[in-house]
Design a protein around this ligand. Structure first.
Ligand SMILES: *[C@@H]1O[C@H](CO)[C@@H](O)[C@H](O)[C@H]1NC(C)=O
Length: 236
């Protein structure tokens, strides 16, 4: 091969390589634009988790406080409840011991099923309705039925009833599995006290008869401020 043909040969291949490179960079630019456009509408919500037991007075207090927070920054939050109980294979109905009795286990299951099978607003209204009924009625089938109605959850068609048990007992197999999963999740989080508040994965406050370990405050506006700060960081 002469020097000239070698050059032509290389130039030809350089060209072949160059064209796809240009196409590739065009595709990359286009993808980049789509991604940065998506960022405008799809924001990252702040995970907010409450460690609770459905019949615990501290949980009711935290949930009430969170209801006020939701009214201020509800669109920035991804709210979840995680339940505290002890896994116990000697318990016939729930395979777990709940501090405030088996009715509390039932309440936990009903709330978990409502969370899984209904939209956020309906689930939260169900929880609020439970609390409004009074903690000694949480977990009872009548309360579950009444609150499902209030929260516009159709127990039969939504999947909530099948999950929690069609008799609204909270003993449904899927619901009991959800309870065990929730308890396990709490364990990995180091969750001990109802109620414990986590914002963006960080334990920020506990209510155990009184507010404890709330370094950055425990009022609705303190939680709101912390959520706004976390939201701005996540979406910077
Ligand atoms: C486990 O459940 C059994 C049956 O209800 C109960 O007697 C026992 O106290 C429970 N154990 C714990 C550690 O809660």
């Amino acid at each position: 091969m002469t020097r000239m043909t070698a050059f032509t040969f290389l130039a030809f291949f350089a060209n072949v390589l160059l064209v796809p490179a240009t196409v590739l960079s065009f595709i990359q630019d286009a993808t980049q634009n789509v991604l940065s456009d998506a960022k405008v509408d799809v924001d990252i919500k702040v995970p907010v988790t409450l460690g609770v037991m459905s019949r615990c007075p501290d949980a009711l207090l935290c949930e009430n406080s969170m209801d006020a927070v939701l009214k201020k920054v509800g669109n920035k939050i991804d709210l979840k409840l995680v339940y505290i109980a002890k896994i116990n294979s000697s318990e016939p109905d729930f395979g777990a011991t709940c501090m405030h009795g088996p009715e509390e286990c039932a309440g936990n299951v009903q709330q978990l099923c409502a969370a899984k099978y209904s939209p956020f607003a309906n689930w939260w209204e169900f929880v609020q309705c439970n609390n409004y009924e009074g903690r000694n009625k949480i977990g009872l089938p009548d309360t579950a039925r009444k609150c499902a109605h209030t929260a516009q959850i159709d127990l039969e068609t939504s999947g909530v009833g099948e999950c929690a048990g069609l008799d609204a007992s909270g003993k449904g197999a899927e619901g009991v599995r959800l309870l065990h999963k929730s308890v396990a999740l709490g364990k990995t989080m180091g969750l001990e006290k109802s109620c414990t508040i986590y914002i963006n994965g960080e334990k920020v406050c506990v209510h155990d008869e009184t507010w404890k370990e709330c370094e950055n405050g425990h009022t609705v506006s303190d939680f709101t401020r912390q959520i706004n700060e976390a939201y701005d960081k996540l979406n910077a």
